[in-house]
Ligand binder design. Structure first.
Ligand code: MG
Length: 270
């Protein structure tokens, strides 16, 4: 199932996206969203009789993390190399505030404090249950599904501050969407899921989740050995190589095979 959060101009609701979707996750013109009663993370998936054409709704971030976004750095060897880092011996994690989350089509705001704003296309994991001390073999039990994230980063502030709170934590620095794919296990695909980032239509990142240094079960086990994950928390799994700068007016689109694509434009604060 593809679980979306959307609005038709009033309060946000959840829905299931129904219809043909191609291998890149692109829906066709007949795709509809069937409204759900309540938040499926807490109420289960309860379809109502109401449906909308996908083209007639505005998609929102498919989840607002109740507590946190846990992000993993340097989880692709080629990206660690382009940043000048050795390979990590264990997952390197940091937090992004839940207030950094925005949805498909929302503007990424270019802060005045940076001169080097970067995109990072990433596979994102949405957590379904209270999760602590989860063994890798049990990781799928606490995963609701998968979506796409842009781990927007002020690269100059990341270097200047040493730690990442400011560089990764501005409002709008965590686009998520377009929906949560619940019938997918990236571990099932020997070639992984293609992760591609386009800047103004030009391919900039062309990676695959098969190149994750630490796979998703390992990440869930590692994170939950440190902190409890709550339903709706999100894990960003790291970015492939090819990261680069965005300017005001640019459109950045991240496509992940079998999920879909997430597009946002960069805007100035004023
Ligand atoms: Mg990242």
């Amino acid at each position: 199932m593809r679980i979306a959060r959307f609005t038709t101009g009033d309060e946000p609701r959840f829905g299931v996206v129904m219809g043909d979707v191609d291998d890149l996750g692109q829906p066709d013109d007949d795709t509809v969203v069937v409204e759900l009663a309540g938040d499926p993370l807490f109420a289960g998936v309860k379809p109502t009789q109401t449906e909308h054409r996908l083209a007639d709704v505005r998609l929102l971030a498919p989840v607002i993390p109740r507590s946190k976004v846990v992000a993993i750095g340097r989880n692709y060897a080629a990206h660690a190399a382009e940043m000048g880092h050795d390979l990590p011996e264990e997952p390197m994690m940091f937090l992004k505030p839940n207030t950094s989350v925005i949805g498909p089509g929302d503007p990424i705001i270019y802060p005045p404090q940076t001169q080097n704003l970067h995109f990072e296309g990433e596979l994102a994991v949405v957590i379904s249950d209270v999760a602590r001390h989860i063994a890798p073999e049990r990781a799928t039990d606490v995963i609701f599904g998968y979506t796409i994230a842009n781990d927007v980063t002020a690269r100059d502030l990341q270097k200047k501050d040493v730690q990442f709170t400011r560089a990764k934590g501005f409002d709008s620095f965590c686009p998520l969407g377009p929906w949560i794919e619940t019938d997918l296990d990236p571990q099932d695909f020997a070639d992984g899921l293609a992760v591609q980032t386009y800047l103004n239509g030009d391919l900039k990142q062309d990676g695959s989740t098969k190149d994750l240094i630490f796979d998703i079960p390992t990440l869930v086990a590692h994170i939950t050995s440190v902190m409890t994950l709550l339903p709706g928390d999100v894990i960003l799994t790291g970015t492939p190589d090819g990261v680069g700068p965005m300017e005001v007016g640019d459109e950045v689109e991240i496509a992940i095979a079998r999920i879909g694509s997430l597009a946002n434009r960069v805007a100035s604060r004023d």
